[in-house]
Every structure is written in C-alpha cells, then in structure tokens.
Design a protein around this ligand. Sequence first.
Ligand SMILES: Cc1cc2nc3c(=O)[nH]c(=O)nc-3n(C[C@H](O)[C@H](O)[C@H](O)COP(=O)(O)OP(=O)(O)OC[C@H]3O[C@@H](n4cnc5c(N)ncnc54)[C@H](O)[C@@H]3O)c2cc1C
Length: 407
Amino acid sequence: MFFKNKPMWGKKTKLKSSYDVVIIGGGLHSLATAYYLSKEHGITDIAIIEKNYIGFGGAGRNTAIVRANQRTRYNVPLYKEALDLWPVLTKELDYNLMFNNCGNLNLMHSEAAMKAARMTIATAQFHGVESHLIDAKQAKELVPALNISEDITFPIHGAMFHPPGGVVRHDAVVWGLAKGCAKNGVQIHQQTEALDIGTRNGKVTSVTTSRGTINTKQVLISAGGYSAALIYDMLGIKLPISVLTIQAMVTQPLKPVLDHVVSSGAYHCYANQTLKGEIATGAHMDPWPNYTTLNTAHYIKHQAEALSEFLPCLRGVRFMRIWGGLADMTPDMAPIMDGNDQVEGFFMDCGWGYFGFKSCSAVGKYMAQFMAGNECPGMLKPFNLNRYQEHKLMGETAALVNYSPDN
Ligand SMILES: Cc1cc2nc3c(=O)[nH]c(=O)nc-3n(C[C@H](O)[C@H](O)[C@H](O)COP(=O)(O)OP(=O)(O)OC[C@H]3O[C@@H](n4cnc5c(N)ncnc54)[C@H](O)[C@@H]3O)c2cc1C
C-alpha cells in the first residue's frame, strides 16, 4: 500500500494533450524503441500508452530464451546484434538484466534434420555467430541428463550447439528499459487504452485514448498479439498475421540438472533450468488461432510426455505454475517492421510470434533510427509488408520445419 501509484522506474506523470511521438503498447519493443529514440536521437517528448501495465503482454510471459541461430541471412545479423546488446544494456541501464549465456542445444532427430542444421550453421557462421553440429554422444557430454538411447519416440541423432545463446530475465528487461526511458524524459502511461488513430490528408494527427485525445505526428503500434487487430481497426490495413496461444510452465525447484537451454523441434518442446532451480518449459503454439491466454490439459500432457522421454530424470517432477500468452505469427515466421505510404507518420512493429523477446534490444535501436530519420534502415528493409505481395517471403519457417522427424 505504501508504494501505491509509485512506479519503480519513475514518477507518475500527467497525460499531456500532445507529444512528438506516441507509442501504443507497453511491451518490450515499445520500451526499447522509446529508449533508443530518447538516448540516441534526442527525441524525448514521447508517450508510451499501455492499456494494462508494462510487461502485461508477451514481455512478462515469455520463457526468456535468447539466441542468434536463426535460419536466414536477413534474420541472423539482427538477432546477433540483439544478443550482443544484452551486456551493453545491462551496463547502460545500470540494471542487472541477468544475462546467462549458458548456450542452446537444439536436438536433431533424423539425418535429414542434421543436413538442414548444417545449412543453418553455415549461415550463422558466415555472419560470425558461433554454432556447431555435434553428435548424440557430444550432446550427452554437454547435458548428461539427455536420453540418447534408441528406444524413445524420436531418437537423438545430434544437436546444433550455439554457445553464445542463453536466457535473460524478462521482467528485468521491462523494468530496466522503463527506468532508462523515464530517466530520459519518456512518459509511460499505464491503464490507458489506445482506441483510435486520427489522420488528415494522409498524415497522422492524433491518438484517441481512454483518457482523452493526444495530438501527435508520429505513432508506432507495437502491441504484440493485439497489433494486427488494432492496425486493421484503426487504419484499415490488413496484415497476414494469425494470433495463436502459446503456453509455458515451470516445475518445482530442483537441484542443478540442466545448464543449457535444450530444445527439440520433433518433440515440440524446450526446457531450461532457472536460477531458482525450476525447469521452465515451453512448446510450439496451439494450432488454432484465438485470443485466449487460457491453458489446456493437452499441453500439460504433451510437455510431460516429451520431457520424460528426452530428459527422463524429470519423470515424476511436479509442475507448479502454468500460463499462456499470444503469439502474432506471420506466414514466414518473420516480423513486419514498416511504415506506410498511405499514412505518413505511422509505423508498425509486429508479427513477432515467439521471437520478440530475443530481438527487442536490436529492434528498438533500428525502429528508433527508422522513426527519427523517416528512412528505413538497411537492417529492417527485408521485413517490409510488401514482401507478401511480391512473393519474397523469408525462409524462417524452414528453421523449424526442417528439423521435424518427417523431413
Ligand atoms: C509463453 C510464451 C513464451 C515465449 N517465449 C519466448 C522466448 O523464449 N524468446 C523470445 O524471443 N520470445 C518469446 N515469446 C514471444 C515474446 O514474448 C513476444 O514476441 C514479445 O513479448 C513481443 O513483444 P512486444 O513488445 O511486441 O509485445 P508485448 O510484450 O506483448 O506487449 C504488447 C503490449 O501492448 C498492450 N496493448 C495491447 N493493446 C493495446 C491498446 N489498445 N492500447 C494500449 N496498449 C495496448 C498490451 O497490454 C501489452 O502490454 C514468448 C511468448 C509467450 C507467450
């Protein structure tokens, strides 16, 4: 009660009637973009509009995994920069983001998957990202708890080992960036819902919120799973995005047993051990589009079955907590970062699926550059919306599909 209405990152401020920039959504990408706009471009008259509280969306629900071993030449450099930025941000924000580069082990369950991994590794290595193909025995040396026997549903043939990846504490990222924003003069308005964007003569003029209208010439929508619906409702722009639920769980705390992030495309399951000792585990998205964050018995059963096959020492361990969030997924599993020719001053950063945590540090930097200079930086150009009309989809889907046992 003592701290009521006193956010830990700065003072509560009054909502003004105009700002240079309004950012809709108080998630990772909004906070990072506002932070870099204020830090690197001297643009500080910014309002972040959040309908609930900062970190309400995927920002506070993700499983905190960071890595740079994506599939395509457009994605790898962006994710590499994002990975390299965690220690930099920790210092800059003077906030412990708890980056633990424990390494990621991506299990392969067929010779075809091993071949596909070779391509991913070649792309990674070409861009200076450390990634190696190892066999099942070497994987077992790294993770002694792994079951490399032949008598499981998907026997392990080897793994893609990516030592610089790992985990970063997601709440710390939200609070650290919020602190950095507030220090630079950015205003964060929680419990404030963006309802509409006003335009005149093809230019942004205002944002209507649940607490009044704000005049502005620049708006960014980066509202995670809600972005596509907001962009359509407010501006009539249709995006090729499906919104799906993604669920995660943690077990009871255990003694140290897993000191790498382990994932398997075939089992659709990944796991790592948190600093508290819990095994945090996630899966692929639920297969049907919806906006619910509810959990399913099917998911719990699936995780229990998968984990007890490839990490059999977890059999009998209790799940303690479960939650869900929204993943806004595009057909090529790569995001959309763009402006819009028809609406000057409007920017979007969405379609992040389950890649939006690991990318947010670098994306904030480049979205800020985009908005400050009104010109799309080279790093973001391949992620434009037109690629879907021009049939220039990215091959990120292959990063997952190629590793399934059917390929
Ligand atoms: C279970 C789970 C596990 C995941 N694991 C990982 C992982 O390990 N690694 C990884 O990289 N990614 C992961 N992700 C994905 C990642 O969390 C998201 O991609 C990321 O949070 C997207 O960031 P964002 O800033 O775009 O949106 P969010 O963090 O979702 O923030 C959007 C915000 O917009 C607000 N908002 C919506 N509508 C309005 C409105 N009208 N007005 C004002 N505010 C509004 C919401 O309240 C919300 O706070 C996971 C996601 C989930 C759910």
